[in-house]
Ligand binder design. Structure first.
Ligand code: ACO
Length: 429
């Protein structure tokens, strides 16, 4: 029997069905609310609003649990690879050997950019943020694949999926190469996904880049950890934009724009800038934390806090461990790591952070690894794009296949002027 919630309003009672998910989380279905009672709900920031049913990613923010398609993130981080995880997200099951092989092959076939796409990069200022370049070039891919833009055609969507997974690393690396004035390299299809990206980033036509397997593995791990995170800001953006039936390239481009902000994917850049500032100005960690708590100061402890996790972000735990391993294996000392560890220790004992359940999130340590492997700071959020891509596409695909899909169109509570008459300019006081 379906559970019901009752809403009493203006002498009337409305029974609202209570939906239960596979992990027993419950939601009140309010879809009849406006029709029956003339009411809408108001939920700034969508803190209590479920926008869809989804079978892709499960998070229990209270317990610090993250699973893709039922598989704990810890197991995937330990045993899987990014492309296997991408397949899992897209298809719902782990691939067979043959499926994984053919998926990798499909992606390899598309790693090059059209030569005309390459010309776009030269038009961007050298100091352009690579997130802006990525959003623009990904959106522009739709101009090159005009016969593959129908979101309701599975064949076209699959091909666009392969193209995106294959080309976004190339686009990302070219954004970097452009910023430093180096020539663009062609992808190396003999390399695995992460290694090819490192080659595109760091090799030159005259100097091959020696790929360190430790670095490639760390990069692959980071991509896995970022691969999906249910209905966050950028994913909801991809779904909302996609709900208008626009093509996949446009929807993903909007996701990149949403991810750029410092409260979302941009936080990894903000964290390292914060750590650099503490180091260069010789700030005291405890004093710095005080400023993050001060309501008159806009500063926050970047990389801390999360809308959903009110416990440790499980990804942060894995990244912290990987951070030590990578720095150890590379034999690099990193002052940022010492500062981050100190800040974390102090914050976790501070009543302000304890009472608000603020813990390190995925961004707190990821930038330190990126920095150790030579990724420039303004490329950190682009690394997040590479990781999140299969999640965005999976969520978009799930929405397209949902029989109940409708264009996303929130309502509002209007608080502006009531009707008034136009006053000609010379009659205005
Ligand atoms: N430093 C200091 N105080 C914080 C922090 C922080 N990092 N995060 C939250 N708070 C405080 C807020 O000031 C607020 O305090 P109050 O109740 O006294 O007013 C309380 O904790 C709740 O914070 P909200 O902003 O209401 O929480 P919300 O869920 O809206 O925001 C967010 C979550 C944006 C992640 C926030 O914690 C934050 O700004 N963190 C820093 C930026 C960051 O690391 N973002 C990455 C998130 S993960 C990702 O997108 C991949």
């Amino acid at each position: 029997m379906t559970a019901k919630a009752e809403l009493h309003y203006d002498g009337r009672t409305l029974e609202l069905p209570v939906i239960e998910g596979s992990e027993k989380e419950r939601a009140i279905d309010i879809s009849a609310l406006r029709k029956e009672l003339g009411l809408i709900t108001l939920d700034p920031g969508y803190v209590n609003t479920g926008s869809c049913r989804s079978a892709i990613t499960f998070i229990d923010g209270e317990k610090g649990i993250l699973r893709y398609r039922g598989y704990p993130i810890e197991q995937l981080a330990e045993r899987s690879s990014f492309l296997e995880v991408a397949w899992l997200l897209l298809h719902g099951e782990l691939p067979t050997t043959a499926e994984l092989q053919s998926f990798k092959e499909d992606i390899r076939l598309h790693t090059m950019l059209h030569e005309d796409v390459k010309r776009f990069f030269g038009a961007f200022p050298k100091k352009a943020h690579p997130m802006a370049i990525c959003a623009a070039v990904i959106g522009a891919l739709s101009t090159f694949y005009q016969n593959f833009l129908d979101p309701n055609d599975e064949g076209q969507s699959n091909l666009s999926t392969h193209r995106l997974l294959a080309k976004v690393p190339t686009i990302a690396a070219y954004a970097f190469k452009h910023s430093i004035g180096q020539p663009f390299l062609y992808p190396r299809n003999d390399l695995d996904y992460a290694s090819n990206f490192l080659h595109l980033m760091f090799a030159t036509p005259c100097e091959e880049y020696e790929i360190d397997p430790v670095v490639a593995k760390a990069l692959d791990l980071l991509l896995i950890l970022h691969a999906d995170h249910e209905q966050n800001c950028s994913t909801s953006t991809v779904r909302l934009v996609g709900s208008s039936q626009v093509n996949l390239f446009a929807a993903i481009s909007s996701g990149v724009a949403a991810l750029w902000g410092p409260l979302h994917g941009g936080a990894n850049q903000a964290v390292i800038e914060m750590l650099q500032q503490i180091e260069s100005e010789g700030l005291d960690g405890k004093r710095f934390l005080e400023s993050c708590k001060d309501k008159d100061d806009t500063r926050r402890l970047m990389g801390f806090g999360h809308r959903v996790y009110k416990n440790f972000d499980p990804r942060a735990k894995i990244i912290k461990k990987a951070c030590f391993e990578v720095l150890d294996r590379l034999g690099t000392k990193n002052k940022m790591l010492d500062i981050a560890v100190e800040l974390e220790e102090v914050a976790l004992q501070d009543d302000y952070f304890i009472s608000r359940k603020l813990y390190p999130n995925v961004d707190f340590y990821s930038g330190i690894i990126y920095q150790a492997i030579g990724i420039p700071v303004n490329m950190f959020t682009v690394m997040f794009v590479l990781g999140r891509l299969p999640g965005w596409i999976s969520q978009w695909k799930e929405m397209q296949g949902d029989a109940s899909k409708r264009i996303g169109r929130p309502r509002q509570v209007y608080t502006g002027a009531t009707e008034r008459s136009y006053v000609p300019i010379d009659e205005r006081g």
